[in-house]
Design a protein. Structure first.
Length: 106
C-alpha cells in the first residue's frame, strides 16, 4: 500500500533510516493512476525489506515539488536519511522504478 502524505509529514517521513520511495503525483494525472497498481504490487513484494512507499500530491505540496524540481508526474525519488539516493523522472515504468531503487533496498 502506498501511504499518502502531506507537506507537513514529508520531512519526518524522508528523514528516517529506512529507504523511503516517494511517488510525486497529481489527482489529474492519468499516468500516475495507471502505474499505481504496479507500484502497490512492488511495495507488497518489498514489504519485508527496509523501505516504504509514499505518495505526495504536488498540487497539495507545491513547495516540496519546487524544491525537488518536479516538473512532470509521476516522478519517483528514493530518500535515505533525508537525502535523495535515486530517482526516476522520465520513461517512468515499473521496470525502471524497480531497477533504479532495488540497490537501495535491504
Amino acid at each position: 500500500m502506498i501511504r499518502k502524505i502531506n507537506q507537513k509529514e514529508f520531512t519526518d517521513t524522508v528523514l528516517r533510516d529506512t529507504t523511503t520511495i516517494v511517488k510525486f503525483e497529481a489527482e489529474w494525472c492519468q499516468p500516475c493512476k495507471q502505474i499505481t497498481p504496479a507500484v502497490e504490487s512492488l511495495a507488497k513484494t518489498w514489504e519485508n525489506k527496509d523501505c516504504e512507499f509514499v505518495a505526495v500530491d504536488i498540487d497539495q505540496a507545491p513547495s516540496i515539488a519546487q524544491h525537488y524540481s518536479i516538473f512532470g508526474v509521476p516522478t519517483f525519488i528514493a530518500f535515505n536519511k533525508g537525502l535523495p539516493v535515486a530517482e526516476v523522472r522520465s520513461n517512468v515504468n515499473i521496470g525502471n522504478v524497480k531497477d533504479s531503487f532495488a540497490k537501495h533496498i535491504t
